[in-house]
Design a protein around this ligand. Sequence first.
Ligand code: GDP
Length: 196
Amino acid sequence: MNLNQATFLTSAPNLSRCPQGSIAEVAFAGRSNAGKSSALNRLTGINGLARTSKTPGRTQLINFFSLDEHHNLVDLPGYGFAKVPLKVRQQWQQDLGKYLREREALRGVIVLMDIRHPMTDNDRQMVEWSRWSGFPLHILLTKADKLKRGAAMNSLLKVQKIIDHEFPGVTAQIFSATKGAGVDEARRIILGWLTE
Ligand code: GDP
């Protein structure tokens, strides 16, 4: 299997409308503007697969990309965008929780965080939920090219410290969609989960 086989499958407004038939999927979650679409495009090598956001937080759809008949990548809506009405955000939290608890095909969650301000309250909640649901979780610290190497490593160390104290078992790495840093490592983890 190869991530560059990804093609758009469908958008679902909620869990009950998610496509049936997949046996393994990996979900991508992150704050609006964290770089989730750019990461999906880079990881698959397909420009324009996931739309990079002009209006963060607008679409509250779960987007499915199929790798083959039984394997999907799942783009969860960005969270934590202040301009999204509270009611919409609350509904989304419910849907997200339900997806994580009930989606049988889910094999792991990639959480994207801007390397310059990782582990916001929303990020922590996302990590908590995934752990309660019992999935492996891997963090991509995105836009690493925006920091010098030393500063990027410091951010990773800080995140790793938080993980050691609060979220044992979670893993993290540096990532840049623009420069390609960490792409191979992230691909290995995703393909490992999908083919386990
Ligand atoms: P999403 O809302 O999480 O899907 O985020 P996007 O992928 O749309 O990215 C948000 C903004 O960050 C866009 O302006 C991207 O061009 C920018 N961005 C995303 N990834 C990177 C990266 O690796 N490096 C840099 N410098 N900018 C990035």
